[in-house]
Design a protein around this ligand. Sequence first.
Ligand code: ADP
Length: 197
Amino acid sequence: MKLILLGPPGAGKGTQAQVLAEKHGLVQLSTGDMLRAAVKAGSEIGKKAEAIMKSGGLVSDEIVIGIIADRIEQPDCANGFILDGFPRTLKQADALGSLLASKNKELDAVIEIKVDDTILVSRIENRARETLAAGGTVRADDNAEALKTRLMAYYRETAPLIGYYYAYRKLQTIDGMAPVAEVSAQIEAVLKGAAKA
Ligand code: ADP
């Protein structure tokens, strides 16, 4: 099973990707997590990405496409994967399409997790507050200024992918306003449909 979870920051892509990964034995590929790991490790990619990520902007297509191209070659991805945070631009979507086509593979579904714009900011602010209260480290981009840039990047660069995958007949939209377990149930229903198709 090869899936993409699509949605704005705060939609719950990471949460749902984790649930799906455990339930179906799929690998969760989060470019955000990979880039944060690169920043922490101080690698060349991390050095290039750090300031951009902190501001809430998008890391270059070249970097993230390179990361994903290497990663999906790994043996653990043979069973399938869930992309969470990639693709985020049309160029990334085209690159992914070419990568898969070169292996005679195809996406099973692109699941758009739809949430009201008005709640995104408060969800992310709550996440930061909860992390702080639990003694954790708040993400460098979970602040009002970076969040504005992240949302802008989403609407300018990523939202067009909804139309793109709709045109490819891959898009399935679910209601991301429901409780986590219900969102998971909706995704499961979509996957059953995709398996039949
Ligand atoms: P979000 O909560 O905004 O969905 P992520 O953890 O997916 O956050 O990503 C955090 C940051 O990592 C992004 O704001 C961006 O700077 C960078 N990033 C992650 N994935 C990509 C991508 N596919 N293309 C460009 N930049 C990316």
